[in-house]
Design a protein around this ligand. Sequence first.
Ligand code: IMP
Ligand code: MG
Length: 184
Amino acid sequence: MKAERDNERLRVLLRRRTIERRIRQMAREMTADFRGERLHLIGVLKGASIFLSDLIREIRLEVSLDFIAVASYGQSTRSSGQVRLTKDLDNSIEGLHTILVEDILDTGLTIAYLQRVLLQRNPRSLRVATLLSKTAPRVKEIRPDYVGFEIPNEFVVGYGLDFAERYRNLRDICVLQLRGGRER
Ligand code: IMP
Ligand code: MG
């Protein structure tokens, strides 16, 4: 079965090799930044799960991981502007060097919300890593510590990112074009 439906088109934005190479560099940076320390990664479900699983295997430190889940987008390609926690961490992060690992930074609402929630739990440090960062104006100003790629303000899918839960399995990151409508 092909991935696209009839009214949808995919245009490759970032190829798998390019993504792979950049993630290796990001992991090297993290390894250098936390040399001699233990590191705890927190992945934001579900989108960041694929990024996190590739990233963690390139980090040369003692590293643990946990997941947190939020809901914000629903079935649409636009943010609802509301964020709520749908799955909490399994373990305490008190005293740990933590990195929040997100797939994409758009309005900033999700990361701003998660930073607030996580900082209340007294980690030793909290950094933010995002694979993608849209150039769109933010609702909340966020300065991520690690950014994979700056991308234009278009709706993208693949490598964990979905449109109504589809396309997460694509190896490349693609712009989703809806035929008959404008590209989003
Ligand atoms: P923000 O809260 O607006 O920064 O959006 C972050 C969340 O929105 C991400 O975790 C994604 O789940 C989702 N999102 C934002 N832009 C896109 C996109 O282009 N494709 C797929 N999901 C997106
Ligand atoms: Mg998401």
